[in-house]
Design a protein around this ligand. Structure first.
Ligand SMILES: NC(=O)c1ccc[n+]([C@@H]2O[C@H](COP(=O)([O-])OP(=O)(O)OC[C@H]3O[C@@H](n4cnc5c(N)ncnc54)[C@H](O)[C@@H]3O)[C@@H](O)[C@H]2O)c1
Length: 424
């Protein structure tokens, strides 16, 4: 099958490389020429385990990247993997998705066959019908169901295991209203679904859009509930990890997402929970529980700094922050908890030295406070008065932190004499 993927970020590059691996011929469209050049020369523009070998094999071959939207014309289906950042009010900024839909519409204007446009970007219910379809119709001069059909096909991959999640998902969700669209989407995913345990869910367009938000809001809420109970445990001198190791044995709860600590970050949970809260209010519903989910998450970095300052005079101290990415195995620092903690330490007069195995470059761009960048975890902790563990990279296990006072936000097995867990 000939497939276009618009956007070559975490979702787009992963989808494009995996679909090429599954045997499809893929055109990956992105406005960033560096990204396009890197893909065509077989190099992945982002760090994801397993992505380098897929892009090395298919980049420039079965996976061709381009800045030219017109190449979409020759394909059967387009997956929209464009960014949907937060607006100032927390709602979703759909402008890039709508701009992309116009580009796709122009590309398919003179096409003879039926073309399917599936939106993988996370958008609130009503966006595909209310914004994407009108942009496609205006730019292509076609009307829906004649020249093209639409689907909502939300993506559930996790950064850090994106390739594995894409190729071995729990579920593939397709929301559409036209059997021809369902047929195309089934053909697209058949090589992935054949022989796999993944559930294939066909539903309405708005329901598919909502499923993604329900999924992420639920997971964020689960972490915040665990963190709130773990904060109580900490105050009471109870080890929350022993508590949740047992709680997680209850199959109704499960042990997934029961590790308490510094909270959730990344490019998805914060923006998706905010978008759902803004959407709820637009629909006339006060999402009190989701507000509390965010409040607990915002509290965790403040509790970490306060725990550290109870034990170390922050002013004038050298504090090493280990881990800058929002979770291990990714170089993504968007809404990383470390980037919330670091300015608080600088504000309190600490000299901060940071280290991350993959995210140093992205952190340099994202941080607007003065910090020192160490070449290794050992170098960062050398001479430090205090150490903060902000991301549970496996390489921090067993790290000798010397005399430094450690506050661990992720329950990493560091070799420390002076140590406090954030929630245990
Ligand atoms: N990152 C995740 O883990 C994840 C998981 C599931 C869903 N999502 C959703 O998928 C969507 C994409 O997320 P992402 O993290 O891959 O984004 P990203 O920011 O990593 O990548 C977006 C890409 O789109 C490109 N781009 C921007 N404007 C463009 C345009 N007009 N035409 C073509 N390319 C353009 C950028 O250059 C960039 O390469 C978002 O809606 C996100 O919420 C993300």
């Amino acid at each position: 099958m000939k497939v276009s993927v618009v956007g070559s970020g975490y979702v787009g590059t992963t989808a494009a490389a995996c679909l090429a691996e599954l045997g499809h011929t893929v055109v990956n469209v992105d406005v960033d020429e560096d990204v396009v050049d890197s893909l065509n020369s077989g190099e992945t523009p982002i760090h994801e385990p397993g992505l380098d070998s897929l892009v090395a094999e298919h980049g420039g071959n079965r996976l061709q990247a381009t800045t030219d939207y017109s190449e979409i014309a020759d394909t059967d289906v387009t997956l929209v993997c464009l960014p949907t950042p937060s607006r100032d009010d927390g709602g979703v900024d759909t402008s890039v998705v709508v701009e992309g839909a116009r580009g796709i519409g122009e590309a398919i204007a003179d096409r003879d066959g039926f073309h399917v446009v599936a939106v993988k970007s996370t958008v609130v219910p009503g966006t595909v019908d209310g914004e994407v379809v009108p942009a496609l119709e205006e730019a292509s001069g076609e009307i829906e169901d004649e020249g093209f059909g639409v689907a909502s096909n939300p993506e559930f991959l996790r950064e850090g295991s994106a390739v594995d999640d894409f190729l071995h998902p729990d579920k593939v969700v397709v929301g559409a209203r036209d059997d021809r669209v369902f047929d195309v989407m089934q053909e697209l995913y058949r090589p992935l679904l054949d022989g796999s345990d993944a559930e294939y869910v066909e539903t309405g367009v708005r329901e598919a859009e909502a499923i993604k938000y329900a999924n992420n809001a639920f997971l964020a809420a689960k972490i915040s509930v665990v963190n709130e109970i773990a904060n109580v445990c900490k105050e009471a001198g109870v080890d929350s990890y022993e508590v949740f190791d047992a709680v997680g044995l209850d199959h109704r709860i499960s042990s997934n997402f029961t590790r308490s600590g510094l909270g959730w970050g990344g490019s998805c949970f914060p923006k998706d929970v905010d978008a759902l809260r803004a959407f709820a209010r637009e629909e006339g519903y006060e999402p009190d529980l989701l507000d509390a989910v965010v409040d607990v998450n915002d509290l965790q970095p403040r509790r970490l700094v306060s725990l550290l300052s109870d034990n170390v005079e922050l002013n004038g101290s050298r504090v090493a922050v280990l881990g800058l990415s929002f979770k291990p195995e990714t170089d993504d620092v968007r809404n990383s908890r470390a980037l919330d903690v670091i300015p608080r330490l600088v504000e309190r007069g600490s000299d901060v030295v940071v280290y991350d195995p993959e995210a140093m470059e992205n952190a340099r761009e994202a941080l607007d406070v003065e910090v020192e960048y160490a070449a290794s975890a050992e170098e960062a902790v050398d001479d430090a008065d205090a150490v903060v563990v902000a991301t549970d990279w496996p390489e921090f296990d067993g790290l000798d932190t010397g005399d430094a006072f450690v506050v661990d936000g992720r329950r990493v097995d560091v070799d420390a004499d002076r140590y406090e867990g954030l929630t245990w």
